[in-house]
Ligand binder design. Structure first.
Ligand SMILES: Cc1cc2nc3c(=O)[nH]c(=O)nc-3n(C[C@H](O)[C@H](O)[C@H](O)COP(=O)(O)O)c2cc1C
Length: 331
């Protein structure tokens, strides 16, 4: 028999793990309701990016990643996580419920992924010149596939150049758009911020790296001298790393959530092997560019994330809101 106290403790621990998920601009667009042994994971729609993400696709990918962390924490604590995505069509903001199922013994793989939840970080820059072996890339694709999502490494030089060029074009277009730029700025955090969300200044280098081909970074600092200081230029990293695209067969809300689950699974697996990811999702926020990638590069599958994976010695900063801001408990 589980006591109410035990359930409360387990569920809180699982939510603590959930909030370490990556989210677009660190918006953390989620809240958690706890009713008995069930956790409801809700979209916090006030945190959706109005201009960048009107359909909420990136918001749902972010929440999907949080759902994955939550289930991983429950499994590691010995409870089978019973997940129901989009359980109630009349409550569109309720994106998932997770109930505590019967006892399970976590396997080594589950424990390995769980061990990375608080260690994983987003990287923003070049990687050191270490090749990602083909069998490691295959293993990453298998992690995504376990969630029904495809991770395609882009191997051809022309494919990488096209994706980099589309990223730069999207970055220029978005920088030119005032509403868009202001939205990015709203989520940038100056040095010494006391807020628990947004992208802090110690999460990106002061001067952006250039790789060949060059993938434009989001501009979080605008004209400010924010960002961490780099190594002297002679030793600056310059490799783009392994370029990869995550895609789904369709483009439904459920597939966005699954893409988030797969993303987090891939990132934790990579982190366990000393590999970090950098994201470049700008081109996926412009309809025509996303359509081009879908039709010309993915045989009609819908691109959900563009990333580079590699090795870095740098450790970027990150922030999270306290649990008291994201949990609603019943009496
Ligand atoms: C859907 C999605 C899109 C993202 N797009 C970008 C991006 O284009 N550029 C970037 O630097 N980071 C991107 N990120 C990473 C977030 O900024 C990052 O997860 C957040 O700031 C929290 O930092 P952390 O991952 O280091 O914990 C994205 C994350 C998600 C989930």
């Amino acid at each position: 028999m589980r006591t109410a106290e035990e359930i409360r403790r387990v569920v809180r621990t699982a939510v603590e793990a959930a909030v370490w998920a990556p989210s677009v601009h660190n918006t953390q667009p989620w809240s958690f309701s706890i009713t008995g042994d069930e956790v409801g994971i809700h979209a916090d729609v006030d945190r959706r990016l109005q201009f960048q993400d009107p359909a909420g696709r990136e918001m749902l990918i972010s929440v999907g990643a949080a759902v994955f962390n939550l289930t991983l924490a429950l499994a590691t604590l010995g409870y089978d996580p019973l997940v129901h995505l989009l359980p109630d069509p009349d409550r569109p903001a309720l994106l998932a419920t997770v109930r505590l199922g019967g006892p399970v013994t976590p396997d080594e793989h589950t424990k390995m992924l769980h061990g990375q939840i608080e260690r994983r970080r987003t990287h923003r820059g070049a990687f050191v010149d270490v090749m990602i072996p083909r069998n490691f890339a295959d293993a990453l694709s298998a992690e995504a596939q376990a969630e029904g999502v495809r991770l395609t490494p882009v191997r051809s030089e022309s494919g990488k150049r096209v994706l980099a060029a589309l990223t730069r074009a999207a970055q220029e277009v978005q920088a030119y758009d005032r509403a868009f730029s202001l939205e990015v700025l709203r989520w940038a955090r100056p040095p010494g911020t006391t807020r628990g969300d947004g992208v802090p200044a110690d999460a990106y280098p002061l001067r952006p790296d250039h790789t060949e081909p060059d993938f434009a970074q989001r501009d979080y600092s605008r004209d400010h001298l924010w960002g961490y200081d780099r190594l002297p230029s002679a030793t600056r990293p310059s490799a783009p790393g392994l370029v990869a695209v995550m895609s789904t067969v369709g483009d439904t809300r459920e597939e966005w959530l699954r893409a988030g689950e797969a993303l987090q699974r891939v990132l934790l697996f990579a982190s366990a092997h000393g590999v970090r990811a950098a994201f470049h999702t700008q081109a996926l926020e412009l309809y025509h560019l996303r359509e081009f990638i879908r039709q010309e590069m993915l045989e009609g599958e819908y691109p959900q994330m563009i990333m580079r994976l590699g090795v870095t010695a740098e450790d970027a900063g990150t922030l999270r809101r306290p649990l008291s801001e994201v949990i609603e408990e019943d009496a």
